[in-house]
Design a protein around this ligand. Structure first.
Ligand SMILES: CC(C)(COP(=O)(O)OP(=O)(O)OC[C@H]1O[C@@H](n2cnc3c(N)ncnc32)[C@H](O)[C@@H]1OP(=O)(O)O)[C@@H](O)C(=O)NCCC(=O)NCCS
Length: 253
């Protein structure tokens, strides 16, 4: 799908570029601990001021300050026993920055946020192709088990649970509130977790509110209808709908 080209006023464009360039340099330059970069950046974008003297803050502001530091928070995936803690901790500052940015006064400004997420994505995910576009409130599990091809668009409130791994091909669109899973629990023993890899082929469209269950292989150019639940593999070019998702049509090729 072709998007309209939009821009801000010249001064804002200049400041957005400068902000992203400086932030990327601070996160990747090796001179500063990314946790501290994230803490200070969040403090600035939430409170509109540079890091003040801690002693001059109220207790509530001090709590907020601690909360901006990724070393003082935990996320749900960190509790999973199958996590690779090293791989996750390398990414955690950037993951926390992404999630907190989305909820900050800047997070709903797509003009800035698309560039912001495109800058962070390679620092979080296994691979990210060209033209990655991600709208707000997207969540994932580990990040290091998630790969995106070229020209992938992920819309609002999507959940990409990459616990067992998700491979997303080129030219894929994932619409609002869709869920893609790669873990499931044994029906008798909740502690037994299965993590089959889920694959989304090239040109696939997962439309709004659809769910793809763990281990599903979605063939190239397939389309998952709204609210469908995919429990099995989907053949290339097929349109599937319903629960469980069944093919109702094969697209002309
Ligand atoms: C998948 C989809 C595109 C199918 O559209 P279509 O090819 O025009 O299919 P039809 O409307 O001819 O439907 C074929 C049959 O499936 C049924 N059906 C279609 N979509 C369905 C759905 N999401 N769930 C259950 N049944 C569905 C239709 O009622 C019809 O059944 P019938 O033959 O008994 O009357 C459409 O249903 C859909 O989900 N669109 C989502 C919107 C979208 O495009 N989002 C993209 C955002 S990027």
């Amino acid at each position: 799908m072709t998007y309209r080209e939009l821009s801000a006023q010249a001064l804002a464009e200049q400041d957005y570029d400068a902000f992203l360039t400086e932030l990327q340099k601070s996160l990747t330059g090796g001179k500063r601990d990314p946790n501290e970069v994230v803490r200070d950046t969040l403090f600035e974008i939430y409170l509109g001021v540079s890091q003040p003297d801690r002693e001059n803050l109220s207790v509530a502001a001090r709590a907020a300050f601690h909360n901006f530091d990724p070393r003082n928070v935990t996320t749900e995936p960190e509790y999973y026993s199958d996590i690779d803690a090293k791989l996750y901790s390398e990414r955690k500052p950037m993951i926390w920055l992404w999630q907190m940015f989305d909820r900050s006064p800047l997070g709903q400004n797509a003009l800035l946020a698309h560039r912001f997420r495109r800058m962070l994505a390679p620092l979080i995910f296994r691979t990210v192709g060209d033209n990655f576009k991600c709208w707000h409130f997207v969540e994932w599990s580990f990040g290091y088990n998630l790969s995106f091809g070229n020209n992938v668009v992920v819309h609002r409130n999507v959940l990409l649970d990459d616990r067992g791994g998700i491979d997303i091909g080129n030219d894929v669109s994932i619409s609002d509130y869709a869920n893609v899973y790669s873990h499931t629990h044994d029906i008798y023993d909740i502690h037994k977790v299965y993590t089959p890899r889920t694959r989304i082929g090239n040109g696939v469209r997962i439309t709004y509110h659809a769910t793809v269950l763990a281990g599903s292989q979605i063939g190239d150019d397939a389309m998952i209808g709204t609210s469908a639940v995919v429990t099995r593999d989907v053949e290339p070019h097929n349109i599937v709908v319903g629960i469980p998702a069944k093919s109702v049509k094969v697209k002309n090729q």
